[in-house]
Design a protein. Structure first.
Length: 235
């Protein structure tokens, strides 16, 4: 009789069927354990790859929240505002939704590799929003434009740089998403999550970011305003 910590233990092993993901298998096992209603004296736990998978799932949430917290603090220091970092981060959910939808469409699980792709998306999508918000804030503070005119001008003048950087990132992720080369099965979820998140968030960000900017600007105040150089020269 095997023991773990002086408690009798039984090890039940299983292999994955073709085209079955480890996450789906562990969910089915947990559901079956609930259905048979094991007595409280029986304790179940995973070992091997399943235990690592379960541990990584809980760590992914902590990692994502930590990344968002660091980004918020840095943006708050950069723009001297508590509000406009939220404007920039508002487009991130659309990237995550696009990545998860792409993974589901192509039949992939949200693995560690796919989660790395979502973390990469945070930087790319955030950068696109920064291109607009930074230009709009500069126009408001240094040129005295209204929020409506500032964000409209930012959308017009920053549209081409945003599209160029997004297309460049998409082309870089495309070979990985296509699964070309040896060992592509491991890297493919990363490419699919990045490509799907970029495509979905690109259309959503260009629409919702100006709307959120105008809404939150009412609570942001004017910030540190500088006198335009033309006014100084006139005096």
């Amino acid at each position: 009789v095997n023991h773990q910590g002086q408690i009798p233990a039984v090890t039940i092993s299983f292999n994955l069927a073709p085209d079955v993901f480890l996450g789906d298998a562990t969910k089915a096992i947990d559901k079956f354990a609930e259905q048979i209603k094991l007595p409280p004296s029986i304790i179940t736990s995973y070992g091997g790859d399943a235990a690592v998978f379960k541990s990584n799932q809980s760590g992914q949430i902590i990692l994502l929240l930590s990344a968002l917290g660091v980004i918020y603090v840095l943006l708050g220091v950069l723009y001297e505002s508590y509000i406009h970092p939220l404007t920039i981060l508002a487009g991130l959910p659309s990237a995550a939704i696009g990545a998860i939808l792409a993974l589901r469409i192509f039949g992939f699980e949200l693995t560690i590799v796919a989660s790395i792709g979502i973390l990469l998306l945070i930087g790319i999508v955030k950068k696109n929003a920064i291109l607009m918000i930074d230009f709009a804030l500069d126009a408001q503070r240094n040129r005295g434009l209204t929020p409506e005119k500032a964000i409209r001008e930012a959308c017009i003048l920053r549209f081409r740089p945003i599209m160029m950087t997004t297309i460049a990132a998409l082309m870089g992720a495309l070979p990985i998403a296509l699964g070309l080369g040896a060992g592509a099965e491991l890297r493919q979820p990363l490419g699919i999550s990045v490509a799907g998140g970029l495509i979905f968030s690109q259309f959503v960000t260009l629409i919702i970011t100006p709307v959120i900017y105008l809404y939150l600007d009412k609570y942001a105040g004017n910030g540190p305003m500088q006198i335009p150089q033309s006014v100084l020269e006139g005096t």
